[in-house]
Design a protein around this ligand. Structure first.
Ligand code: PLP
Length: 404
């Protein structure tokens, strides 16, 4: 069986983890701090805070910005539940916007969804393909949109406009007009979950890139405390001689990353561009070359005009099929010992959101993308022979289903 997305595990990762286990310090400490510095250097943004997951990072930033009941947050209808759930946790209203044909939020449709209650837009780089940030960043700075913005918290007053909080759970390493994801908008959050391109088993990072008027070192301190129960000192600082006393300045959260996770991340990041992404791109190229010859295949965009993907998963669409036929094709692919997936079932189709009053009929492009989509495996250890096996399984399954 060809599996869908096993993590890359080798002696380097094992050694880094074992070294940490015996180091005398296994929770947040020197390795997490080093990983943060290396991530900042890698992304080119201003400062990084490592956290326990992307979900934690996104929620932390919504709360930092003061998102609360009565506010609205714009979220793509086509994403994983984490993007919208964190908005619900803050008591704010999720405003879904339809997808474009490239799977990402339709940047032109965002404008129509903005109201005086809109506090944040959360674009998602689906499968690693960066959103149209030029348009999104321009929208939030338009005078008419800015004058509609009702600033309440100090952070909102300082920014004076809607915050762009990018969910880059899939897109570390992706690029856009000479910049990397992390540096494309106000705040970006990566995920290092087990199935992601760069993994720490579970984990995430908040990349801060706010305007110069914000004191990023000060915000880092604030967020660090917020991610550790509002404690003024982390566990390591408290072990220093005479440093046991600490204060709680707010009822914060428990969102910190451990040094065991960071140890994995340090190894992964060091070889990410020159090794991991090279292999992922080669897999994308091989799938694209194989499928473009079939008229029924719609190959995803992954490189265009200064924009390139992090090659997270290959979102193949089959032309002129419906959801039932897609499910039948997936069954046939599994029968050929190949694991595939669907990214994503649009959130308005999920029970919670449906019962909250959202209708998938209002998001026709998201539904069309979903109903014809099959996610193909992409990971470091997937060999060319395995890619060819996946292609063969997909071609056989599609042709069998289309013939019936
Ligand atoms: C688009 C998107 N956003 C957020 C997340 C949440 O990431 P994490 O598991 O690190 O909280 C995921 C996880 O799969 C995701 O796919």
């Amino acid at each position: 069986m060809i599996s869908f997305s096993p993590p890359r595990m080798d002696q380097k990762i094992v050694d880094a983890v074992v070294d940490t286990l015996y180091s005398g310090w296994i929770t947040t400490g020197p390795k997490t701090k080093r990983f943060e510095k290396n991530l900042t250097q890698y992304g080119g943004h201003k400062i990084t805070l490592c956290v326990s997951s992307a979900s934690a990072g996104l929620e932390l930033m919504l709360r930092w910005f003061g998102v609360k009941p009565g506010d609205e947050v714009i979220v793509p209808a086509y994403t994983y539940s984490a993007t919208a759930n964190v908005v619900v946790h803050c008591g704010a209203r999720v405003v879904f916007v339809d997808a474009g044909t490239d799977f990402n939020i339709d940047s032109e449709a965002i404008k129509k969804a903005i109201t005086p209650r809109t506090k944040v837009i959360m674009p998602v780089d689906i499968a690693g393909w960066p959103c149209d940030y030029e348009t999104i960043n321009a929208i939030v700075s338009e005078p008419a949109i800015k004058s509609m913005f009702c600033a309440e918290s100090d952070e909102q007053k300082k920014l004076g406009r809607i915050l762009v909080l990018s969910d880059a759970a899939h897109s570390i390493g992706a690029g856009y007009h000479g910049k990397k994801a992390g540096n494309l908008t106000d705040i970006t959050v990566y995920s290092f979950h087990a199935v992601k391109n760069l993994t720490t088993a579970e984990g995430g990072a908040v990349c801060l890139n706010l305007p110069e008027s914000f004191d990023h070192d000060q915000i880092y301190k604030e967020l660090n405390a917020k991610s550790l129960h509002g404690q003024t000192k982390d566990a390591l600082a408290k072990t220093q001689i005479g440093s046991w006393r600490y204060d709680i300045i707010e009822p914060g959260y428990k969102y910190n990353m451990t040094d065991i996770q960071a140890a994995m991340g340090l190894v992964e990041l060091e070889r990410y561009d020159n090794d991991m992404l090279v292999r992922r791109k080669a897999i994308f190229d091989r799938y694209a070359a194989a499928f473009t010859q079939y008229p029924w295949a719609q190959v995803p965009e992954y490189e265009r005009a200064g924009r390139y993907s992090s090659y997270h998963v290959f979102l193949l669409r089959i032309r002129n099929i419906d959801e039932t036929m897609r499910d039948e094709i997936i069954r046939e692919i599994f029968n050929r010992e190949v694991a595939v997936n669907v990214h994503f079932v649009p959130l308005p189709m999920m029970t919670y959101y449906r019962e909250a009053g959202y209708h998938i009929e209002d998001y026709p492009v998201a539904f069309d993308n979903y109903s014809r989509e099959i996610s193909l495996p992409v990971y470091y250890d997937l060999t060319n022979e395995m890619v060819d096996t996946v292609v063969k399984a997909v071609v056989e399954a599609v042709e069998l289903t289309l013939d019936n």
